[in-house]
Design a protein around this ligand. Structure first.
Ligand SMILES: [Zn+2]
Ligand SMILES: [Zn+2]
Ligand SMILES: [Zn+2]
Length: 327
């Protein structure tokens, strides 16, 4: 059911999980499988009347911890591998209508502690080389369930995008007297100031100089912390506050709850040394260009890997900062 196939032209794995075709698709709110189980009601994924934050294994996983050897043997040119890994679902709240933006800072802070716990626990498994914490939000991103939730994948390999970033940071460090690429990018953003959205005590939110989406925002730890597990209590509180302000700002951009992909980049858990190479940060990619226009990954973006943007990050940062400051 779960297998990996190697693409030798891009040198990356593609995961196949055929049973995912049958997963629940946008059920009506009263049949939400992520809501608490009501007394006398149908049993949901959470057999309790209420909950704060819940984590469980995805029922329709892209990877499985005990994935068998694939039936398709592949060749030396295009090998296959078991689709081994972990897929967890993180429920942010038992309130079906909530979103991260509408939640209190205290809950977001608790969620950060849950993410930290999962990063440490999944990362300690010998077959998990990369813990990827993310959220797909909104139908524009293709979510199948509206209930506020995120996901965590434990990959048996470092996925291409973080791998590319880590390679760039390692190379930069070598050529620049052991400096951290992300620390330098962050100081450059602070010096320039035009794309800064929120300057917290321990975290900064900004639209990067080279944003790939109009309202792409990055949230960087100001200290060179390799992973979420390296954050102290004050840093976690500040992260909760910066996230809350950014998300409230996002929702006031167009007057509706903004769809986005949220992803975390941090140190792999493969036993390597990532000090000064991995620098914990969160990236948000909202697909909206305007209230009713989406940025599609079309020919140039998908087939050439070259992003074309029609608005400068300085402009979108000004707009979004205005919304954040008005709140
Ligand atoms: Zn629900
Ligand atoms: Zn750094
Ligand atoms: Zn990144």
């Amino acid at each position: 059911m779960n297998q990996l196939r190697w693409d030798p032209t891009l040198r990356e794995w593609v995961a196949y999980a055929t049973h995912r075709q049958e997963r629940t698709f946008l059920p009506p709110a009263e049949y939400c499988p992520l809501c608490p189980t009501k007394p006398g009601g149908f049993p949901t994924e959470v057999p309790r009347e209420s909950y704060e934050i819940a984590v469980f294994e995805n029922k329709f996983p892209s990877f499985a911890p005990n994935a068998p050897a694939p039936e398709e043997p592949g060749t030396s040119l295009t090998p296959t591998a078991p689709g081994r890994g972990i897929c967890e679902v993180v429920l942010y709240s038992d309130d079906h209508a909530a979103t991260l933006a509408t939640m209190g800072e205290r809950r977001i802070h608790n969620l950060i502690r849950v993410w930290t716990d999962r990063y440490e626990e999944l990362g300690s498994l010998d077959f998990v080389d990369y813990v990827f914490i993310f959220e797909n939000k909104g139908e524009a991103i293709g979510v199948t369930l509206h209930h506020p939730h995120g996901q965590i994948y434990g990959y048996t390999f470092i996925p291409p995008r973080p791998a590319k970033e880590l390679e760039a940071a390692r190379e930069y460090r070598k050529q620049n007297y052991e400096r951290c690429l992300h620390c330098d990018l962050l100081s450059q953003e602070h010096e320039d100031g035009r794309r800064i959205l929120i300057g917290g005590e321990h975290f900064t939110a900004f639209i990067p100089f080279y944003a790939h989406f109009p309202f792409e925002a990055h949230v960087y730890s100001r200290r060179c912390a390799p992973s979420i597990a390296d954050l102290g209590a004050e840093e976690r509180s500040d992260l909760a506050s910066v996230l809350k302000r950014l998300l409230v700002g996002y929702d006031s951009l167009f007057g509706f709850s903004l769809p986005y992909m949220m992803v975390m980049h941090q140190a792999p858990t493969d036993g390597g040394d990532y000090d000064g190479v991995a620098h914990f940060h969160i990236e948000f990619y909202p697909p909206n260009r305007t209230a009713d226009k989406l940025k599609y990954l079309a020919g140039s973006e998908t087939g050439a890997g070259a992003f074309i943007m029609d608005v400068l990050p300085e402009r979108t940062a000004e707009t979004l900062r205005g919304k954040i400051e008005a709140r």
